[in-house]
Design a protein around this ligand. Structure first.
Ligand code: FUB
Length: 326
């Protein structure tokens, strides 16, 4: 059941931004998005038309502020020594007053890796490390700080290349599993003390159905595709993600950062545009969903605009589903 909820609004009009990661630092709201641009590249199967070349930071003094402010370019493709193209969805973490921007990009061999760039302020600019995180692959990193440990989650199918890997190894012959086999999982790794490296080999995150069985690869309405986000509500871990080709945001819950997580349901029905990618954050004791759609560009999949709306839980802690067409 989809219940309409109040007033989603666009946060920026002049440029196209997508994949918003939201964090509150020093009482200010910061948005770390992808910066969509028009491109000649036509490659819908592999996502080559998401051909982004830089990152901006946006900010808001408070959640009531109608529009976000663009703080400008904070990292450019040409300043990342190992990266060749496609600066996709980033996230950020703070440790000891230093800020770490995690981002995916294709390396010179055409493989997605995850890089880190650092700054002394949340506004940037950010300086990229010389190499990507050793052992990283695929896309859509997000970082959870929990009990003074930092965990990185990542992964994305198709254009995000996750199906090319098994046991953290690139296998040229690997494909998406058959429909009746277990779905591919998002990955998690504990980060090192300086949060620049993996402290362990990435592990699979199991997402289970209501009977405790792993979701199947053919279950496109529920299985993980990309855009993972993790937040905590009432001491429960909520793992949310996009179902990709069925265009939904859904979630599963668990008792610890590694899972397993049990599938719960839909957060947002399909938006205008192919991708949906979000973050869920508590600001001033209310919860918000930040996401994007392609309505302002007239439905161009690679030109997306960020939005925000309030998110509510019911008495049992279930997220109330929302309509992506609002
Ligand atoms: O923005 C490029 C890619 O599109 C992201 O990395 C995915 O999550 C999808 O939103």
């Amino acid at each position: 059941m989809v219940c309409a909820q109040q007033n989603p609004r666009y946060l920026f009009d002049d440029l196209y931004f997508a994949d918003p990661s939201i964090h509150v630092f020093n009482n200010k709201i910061f948005i770390y998005p992808s910066h969509d641009i028009d491109t000649e590249v036509k490659d819908p199967t592999n996502g080559g038309h998401y051909n982004m070349k830089d990152y901006h930071v946006l900010s808001m003094d408070n959640i009531q502020q109608e529009k976000a402010k663009d703080l400008g370019i904070v990292l450019k493709l040409e300043d990342i020594p190992w990266a060749d193209k496609q600066l996709w969805a980033p996230d950020i973490a703070e440790k000891n007053s230093k800020y770490f921007l995690y981002f995916p990009a294709k390396d010179k061999k055409g493989n997605f890796k995850i890089g880190v760039a650092t700054s002394n302020t949340p506004e940037g600019p950010f300086t990229a490390e010389k190499n990507p995180i050793k052992g990283s692959y695929s896309i859509d990193p997000t970082v959870l700080k929990d009990n003074n440990q930092y965990y990185i989650y990542f992964g994305g199918l198709k254009g995000g290349q996750l199906e090319k890997y098994r046991n953290n190894k690139l296998l040229s012959e690997a494909k998406e599993p058959n429909d009746q086999d277990n779905a591919l999982s998002p990955k998690i790794a504990l980060l090192s003390k300086n949060i620049l490296e993996f402290a362990e080999k990435p592990r699979d995150i199991l997402i289970l159905d209501e009977n405790g069985n792993p979701l199947k690869a053919g279950d496109h309405e529920r299985r993980f595709f990309e855009g993972v986000w993790i937040h905590k509500y009432n001491n429960t871990y909520y793992l949310s993600y996009s179902t990709g080709d069925t265009h939904k945001l859904v979630y599963a819950i668990g008792n610890n950062p590694y899972g397993p997580f049990t599938f719960q349901g839909e957060i947002l029905s399909p938006v205008v545009g192919w991708t949906t990618h979000h973050s869920i954050v508590e600001i001033d004791k209310k919860w918000y969903l930040f996401y994007h759609d392609s309505k302002p560009s007239g439905g161009k999949n690679h030109l997306r605009s960020i939005k925000v709306r309030e998110l509510q839980y019911d008495q049992q802690g279930h997220i109330k589903p929302m309509n992506g067409q609002d």
